[in-house]
Design a protein around this ligand. Structure first.
Ligand code: G4P
Length: 292
């Protein structure tokens, strides 16, 4: 199966980020805590040129806490890298970010010498939400897909931090099919990129393998059905996604299941763990019945 997703202006956006990185002290890379690997763009490692980097594991309110812990340990091994799980919607948690920025730039953070920071990441990880919470007002459009502008503005947060108010937009690297399906499951890439039914079935296969008890609890199941296709049918019935004759509308059922997962209704779920072996991927795709 080919992944039909061709983002434009990638290299221009990367050039602009590279240029801006020269002018800042600390990079705030926003990742989705549920899939920190697939929601990153590994090009940033080259672009950052040894600048200190905070890997912000955002949407931690939706992620499996134990898995997030192992991601933090994994990232902290990187030179000049610190990892911070949080929810960008929660001001109390965002305050920890300000403290960490100052720790990473000990020669700055003083009057006249603010820590210069910028927020980068792929679409939908919560960059705008974070900027708005940091600024204490709405300056970046949430849910919009901003491209970096030629003359980004800076705002002083009034606590020794200077922030570029336009997020640096990176693109997810879609070189492995499992990563693309995980991004689609999280909602980071849209329905036009991958078939919804396949994404729902992929997510069902993953959940059956990794979080069977959460599925049983949410959908009041004594036992799980045989496979992911059957699970989507059961969930479709449970959520009332039916057509004439009481037949489950599989497409609608897959969509409804994904909506539930993304909203955290099934529980706190992580879609990848550090050092996931490749064979787990192919096994999952086989189990899902999706052609690779
Ligand atoms: P972006 O700039 O990186 O593209 O992301 P943006 O801030 O626009 O956020 C994308 C979606 O993720 C938004 O939901 C936003 O509310 C949600 N979000 C951001 N941070 C968090 C978080 O820490 N936890 C949770 N649970 N959600 C978060 P949306 O449905 O597109 O918009 P809306 O429902 O907020 O209007």
């Amino acid at each position: 199966m080919t992944i039909k997703w061709y983002p434009g202006h990638m290299s221009k956006a990367h050039e602009q980020i590279s240029e801006l990185i020269r002018k800042i002290d600390v990079i705030i890379e926003v990742l989705d805590a549920r899939l920190p690997y697939s929601s990153s763009n590994h090009l940033l490692e080259q672009l950052r040129r040894n600048k200190p980097c905070i890997k912000l594991l955002n949407k931690n309110d939706l992620a499996d806490p134990m898995v997030t812990k192992s991601w933090v340990q994994h990232f902290q091994k990187g030179s000049g890298v610190r990892a911070l799980p949080m929810s960008a919607k929660r001001m109390a948690e965002v305050k920890n970010l300000v403290k960490l920025c100052k720790q990473l730039a000990p020669n700055r953070g003083k009057p006249g010498l603010p820590v210069r920071t910028m927020v980068v990441g792929i679409p939908n990880v919560g960059k705008s939400t974070l900027i708005n919470t940091l600024a204490g007002k709405s300056i970046a459009k949430v849910g919009d897909k901003p491209a970096i502008t030629l003359r980004p503005q800076q705002i002083s947060l009034g606590n020794g931090i200077l922030l570029f108010d336009t997020p640096g937009l990176l693109w997810p690297v879609m070189d492995d099919q499992g990563g693309a399906y995980r991004l689609a499951t999280s909602g980071a890439i849209g329905a036009n990129a991958l078939d919804y039914t396949n994404v729902g079935i992929f997510a069902a296969a993953y959940m059956m393998r990794r979080y069977p008890e959460l599925l049983k609890e949410r959908y009041k199941l004594a036992e799980l059905p045989e496979g992911p296709h059957e699970l989507i049918e059961v969930i479709g019935r449970c959520l009332g996604c039916l057509v004439a004759g009481g037949v489950v509308d599989v497409h609608r059922a897959a969509e409804a299941f994904l909506r539930e997962l993304r909203a955290g209704k099934v529980g706190r779920i992580s879609f990848e763990e550090p050092l996931t072996p490749d064979d787990v991927e192919s096994e999952l795709l086989r189990f899902s019945g999706i052609d690779s």
